[in-house]
Design a protein. Structure first.
Length: 542
């Protein structure tokens, strides 16, 4: 194995650091460094381990860096999988804790009569929502997966109501927490829960026992920045009887391991998500691995109630890697879904005009934020001519030319920003979006954020954590969001970031209208690439 040119200086320095602490001679150290640099690099690409051949395994075993006690070993070799100790621990611990959850079950005969009140019997059609509900009532661990509009939220609300009805018969109510990986996803879930509760066929008392407040996972667990630790863990478990996690495909191996580790004994866990979406930015493809390894604890909702027409047809074609079918849908010039056939920057500036006009007319912030959130540019990559950095700059320049914004410094009225780093001290988290406005109370600029509970948070520009302008965002960052219209901009040439999961995720962010900027060559090559992550969670659970 040779040192890869993609390896960063950190990968190389880390491999040299371990080699110097090994018992290998100089000629062996060179090969050892190549293995460790590759492990470090692949870790940064989302893999929790790498697979190595027999010769490489012998070299690792001879390094003196493996011990019988995993807690004291910087490297872990498990079959042909090589891990850094921390990521082996996350994977091992997650598998252990999930298996504990699987051992808990609940008798089914106690709730069959209740189901008829919540679900109408379908003729010649499987009611997947009812199947998911039965599964969740019977088991401590359940995965409910499905594409947009399949009713994941409305299903889980029925599950919560039924569980509370069952608990009421025993003279108590369950303590329930709702969580998501990002603030944007939390806002969406909170709104959906509130709407779904109103339609439940149960008493007001039961409805009151279904929480509407949604926390980010970092906030739920009690982040302790800048350390990777949380207040809640195996020694200080969360107090909840049930935790529901939405957008679970975005949860990486480390965070999922820490969440499951922090569950109290006898608690339940329900994961909601779309298994076909992009995996987490950090290591692991946890939701995909769990659904594959545990089909008896997974229900896929297959009927879409909201997501229909050509957008759904395109999403299905992309998922099936049917290049010609997908391109034909885009090439038909449907008013709601097509290739973008006008200048991208002009089109974006036109779409963003409405919220900027509302700012000039002193409309309230919630209305401004809602209008801004109706449209979004989504880019496959950060860098390059079609990347986020370049397009954000070009959109700003166009809006200045059109006299829709005035830029005199880093901050200006109308600037939309996305938080790029969690900051629990001021309760702003990675993915939160705000807009810079003139604050009448202080007679200064302030950045306004809409919180999941509907309240407004104002922050001085100087106090905003690490952030970036967000006329355009990466498709990765858009997970957990929905927009009336999206323009998906692919890179001008194929690269490792592009995959069918990436395009599927972009397509499913759009509620009514979608435009795509891409050549046929890049589009077809992208659909032929699929994200495959190396890890051992699947084998451990099986």
């Amino acid at each position: 194995m040779n040192i890869n040119q993609q390896h960063s200086r950190l990968d190389t320095a880390f491999s040299r650091f371990l080699a110097q602490r090994s018992t290998l001679n100089k000629s062996q150290q060179e090969s050892f460094q190549a293995i460790i640099a590759e492990l470090s690099f692949q870790q940064s690409q989302g893999h929790s381990c790498i697979r190595i051949n027999n010769t490489e395994q012998q070299l690792i075993q001879a390094s003196g860096l493996l011990t019988d006690d995993p807690a004291l070993s910087p490297l872990i070799l498990e079959q042909n999988r090589l891990y850094l100790q921390r990521y082996w621990f996350y994977e091992h611990r997650l598998a252990q804790q999930i298996k504990k959850l699987l051992n808990q079950s609940f008798p089914q005969n106690s709730f069959d009569s209740l189901l008829s009140r919540y679900f109408v019997d379908l003729i010649d059609e499987t009611d997947w929502q009812k199947q998911a509900t039965k599964k969740a009532l019977s088991h401590a661990f359940t995965i409910i997966t499905g594409g947009p509009g399949t009713g994941k939220t409305s299903t889980v609300v029925k599950i919560l109501a039924l569980l509370q009805e069952l608990a009421e018969k025993e003279g108590r109510f369950l303590h329930i927490a709702l969580a998501t990986p990002t603030g944007k996803a939390a806002t969406r879930l909170q709104q959906s829960i509130g709407l779904s509760k109103n339609t439940l066929p149960c008493s007001e008392l039961i409805k009151q026992q279904i929480p509407e407040t949604v926390a980010t996972l970092h906030r739920l667990l009690g982040a302790q920045p800048p350390s990777p630790y949380f207040n809640h863990n195996a020694n200080n478990p969360l107090p909840y009887d049930l935790i529901v996690v939405d957008e679970a495909s975005m949860v990486d191996l480390a965070l999922m391991s820490k969440l499951v580790d922090a569950l109290k004994p006898d608690s339940r866990l329900i994961l909601l998500g779309d298994k076909d979406q992009l995996a987490s930015v950090e290591s692991g493809a946890v939701l995909a691995d769990l659904t594959t390894a545990l089909p008896e604890y997974t229900v896929e909702l297959k009927k879409s109630y909201r997501f229909k027409g050509e957008i759904k047809a395109l999403a299905d074609a992309v998922n099936n890697q049917s290049v010609e079918q997908a391109w034909e849908i885009l090439d038909n010039a449907d008013p709601n879904i097509s290739l973008l056939n006008v200048d991208l920057i002009d089109y974006a500036a036109e779409q963003y005009s409405d919220y900027l006009l509302q700012i000039k007319n002193h409309v309230d912030f919630k209305t401004i934020f809602t209008t801004f959130s109706q449209f979004q540019l989504l880019c496959s990559n950060r860098q390059g001519d079609n990347g986020v950095v370049s397009i954000n700059k070009k959109v700003e320049e166009k809006l200045v030319q059109q006299n829709k914004i005035q830029i005199s410094g880093h901050w200006y009225i109308g600037r939309p920003v996305m938080i790029a780093q969690n900051n629990s001290a001021i309760q702003l988290y990675n993915g939160d979006i705000g807009i810079c406005l003139f604050d009448k109370e202080s007679a200064k600029l302030a950045v306004f954020f809409l919180r999941p509970d509907g309240s407004i948070k104002k922050v001085l520009p100087s106090r905003v954590p690490e952030h970036e302008t967000v006329f355009a965002m990466t498709i990765h960052k858009s997970q957990g969001s929905e927009f009336d219209e999206c323009v998906c901009v692919l890179a001008d040439k194929i690269n490792p970031v592009l995959s069918k999961e990436l395009i599927y995720t972009a397509i499913t962010r759009a509620k009514t209208r979608l435009k795509i900027v891409s050549s046929y060559l890049v589009f077809s090559q992208t659909l032929q690439q699929s994200v495959v992550r190396t890890g051992g969670l699947l084998e451990k659970l099986r």
